[in-house]
Design a protein around this ligand. Structure first.
Ligand SMILES: [Zn+2]
Length: 146
């Protein structure tokens, strides 16, 4: 299993854009990766059911992740290539969960990656570009000129 040698935040910084599953776990598709880890960590077969309810992607320190819908505080890196989530902490009801990304993902990324500190490449469901711009001013965040 290929895991990128850099910590995720540093990888995002190096690539100059937020990252998702395949950036970090090179050459391993998200379903295969999650199912393998699920079996090893939770000692049972990966689920075959898929929830009818979605989970929502958010951006955290330059990584697209989704939080466990069961509230166990687990979170995993997700991808638009195959938007599916499985909680490796609790199994989230032994179901896969479809992941919804924001329709303006590219605009959000283009806005956020101008922040110098990758820790600040963060977005939560419901936040608008205007909210992000207000945050820059309110917190006095350092921005790139390009
Ligand atoms: Zn969980």
């Amino acid at each position: 299993m290929a895991i990128h040698p850099l910590p995720a935040m540093q990888l995002a910084e190096e690539l100059k854009r937020p990252i998702q599953h395949e950036d970090y776990h090179e050459g391993v598709e998200v379903r295969e990766f999650m199912a393998g880890l699920f079996t090893r960590m939770l000692r049972r077969a990966a689920p075959s059911k898929v929830s009818s309810m979605p989970v929502f992607a958010r951006l955290d320190a330059g990584r697209w992740i989704a939080d466990c819908p069961m509230g166990c505080n687990g979170a995993e890196m997700v991808t638009t290539v195959d938007p599916i989530f499985l909680c490796l902490s609790c199994g989230c009801g032994d179901m896969w969960w479809p992941v919804e990304f924001p329709p303006n993902k590219m605009a959000l990324e283009n806005n956020l990656k101008r922040r110098v500190d990758v820790q600040g490449w963060a977005w939560n469901l419901g936040e608008t570009i205007a909210d992000l711009n207000r945050e820059v001013v309110a917190r006095g965040l350092e921005m790139r000129l390009d």
